[in-house]
Ligand binder design. Structure first.
Ligand code: SF4
Length: 170
């Protein structure tokens, strides 16, 4: 269950569960209460992170959290995963979704921006949400994984959408 860290010798860095990616996903740190058990946070930081979490998601796997310096707010590993109030300062010229992939998405779940490559969006979930992510405002930080029939549906529609001379099967 996400959000409630399972703790035992098995789940510590040398335990069997530690190397299990499903265990890592289930035990992601997603709240301020969980985070403050791992790293030192001032009251101000806690308030600012809570504010930020009203707009953006946070998820940090136990493995990644174990690499963070608990005492140094400038630890680069920590800065990649822990929100700061700076994320809430959105300037007028900033784009909501800088990648603007909708423009190049002829069918759902496929982005076709460059002639010789296609991006197939099979999931909208990342194990950790990077603070610099350019996709997070585009409904991309939701826990969605495509089901097999959804892949084939999108692929089928896309193959009918593009000119046949662009189809290449190696
Ligand atoms: S899409 Fe990439 S940059 Fe964004 S949170 Fe996921 S891994 Fe990080």
């Amino acid at each position: 269950m996400e959000g409630s860290m399972e703790t035992s010798e098995e789940s510590g860095p040398y335990g069997a569960q530690w190397r299990d990616w499903k265990w890592q996903l289930r035990n992601r740190i997603t709240t301020v209460n969980q985070l403050e058990k791992i790293i030192h946070l001032s009251e101000k930081e806690k308030q600012e992170i809570s504010l930020c979490l009203q707009k953006f998601r946070m998820a940090i796997t136990p493995y990644y959290a174990s690499l963070m310096d608990p005492e140094d707010p400038k630890c680069p590993i920590r800065m990649q995963a822990v929100p700061t109030i700076n994320e809430m300062h959105i300037l007028p010229y900033e784009l909501e979704y800088p990648l603007d992939e909708d423009r190049d998405s002829p069918v759902n779940n496929i982005v076709h921006r460059y002639p010789d490559r296609v991006l197939f969006l099979v999931t909208r979930m990342c194990s950790m949400y990077c603070r610099h992510c350019t996709r997070r405002q585009a409904d991309c930080h939701t826990a969605i994984c495509l089901l097999p029939f959804e892949y084939s549906h999108s692929l089928h529609k896309w193959m009918f959408h593009i000119p046949t001379d662009m189809l290449y099967v190696p």
